[in-house]
Design a protein around this ligand. Structure first.
Ligand code: ZN
Length: 231
């Protein structure tokens, strides 16, 4: 049995924690203290850290954690990384929990150039590339790169649960309500989801169907992303 729980940090980040028995894997620990405390509180054993990209709110906790837990860190190559890590790239496989879970790595440049996502066992950890009803801001790549990266989600098992790093769903829906003025779908979604504390994970199938960042033409995508940047 695999459970995935969020450790909320900062304004709207989640450090997703996969739990198998008493063992765990954490993804993108932006801070160390909340992770260490969580493991102490529930008597859990951390076994690995996965990193999607180099932004500080995704890696800031690594040093503090590996000072206390000597566990492997998996990350894409980045010249700024000064911690010890196993470098992974497109199609790398990572075995976790004594081979109970295998993740494949998919490269998705756009938000940053080295950004990767992890997929396996109907779990998808997508960092800051895909958000529920949105996508990441394009900081380092081009619109074309981000568009091509988002198209890669179409070949992932649609029954996968989508674990994004930020709670942006309602903000994204606000934007879509405003952008697609005659569309009541986003208004309804907004009303439904505004009652929940946590809107994640979402389901990839639903994102493929109703997230316009995933199912638009390139020109539509670019317009949408530019409008979102100014929203
Ligand atoms: Zn980021």
């Amino acid at each position: 049995m695999l459970n995935v729980v969020p450790i909320p940090i900062l304004n709207d980040n989640y450090i997703w924690t996969i739990i198998h028995g008493k063992k765990t894997v954490v993804i993108d620990p932006g801070l160390s203290d909340p992770v260490l405390k969580y493991h102490q509180k529930y008597n859990l054993e951390l076994t690995a850290i996965l990193i999607t990209h180099h932004h500080h709110d995704h890696i800031g906790g690594i040093d503090g954690i590996i000072n206390q837990h000597n566990v492997p860190v998996y990350a894409p190559y980045h010249e700024k990384f000064n911690f010890k890590y196993h470098q992974v790239q497109e199609n790398s496989k990572i075995q976790l929990f004594d081979n109970t879970l295998e993740f494949s790595v998919i490269e998705v440049p756009g938000h940053t150039l080295e950004h990767i996502i992890y997929h396996g066992n109907k779990l998808l950890f997508c960092g800051d590339t895909l958000f529920s009803f949105g996508c990441g801001r394009i900081f380092e790549g081009t619109y074309r790169q981000m568009y091509d990266s988002l198209r890669k989600f179409k070949s992932i098992d649609p029954d996968s649960k989508v674990y994004c790093t930020h709670e942006y769903t309602l903000k994204n829906l606000e934007f879509l309500k405003n952008y697609f003025k005659d569309n009541t779908f986003y208004e309804k979604k907004y009303q439904n989801l505004s009652k929940s504390m946590i809107t994640l994970p979402s389901l990839l199938k639903d994102e493929l169907e109703s997230n316009p960042f995933l199912n638009s033409s390139y020109d539509e995508f670019k317009k949408l992303r530019e409008a979102k940047d100014l929203f």
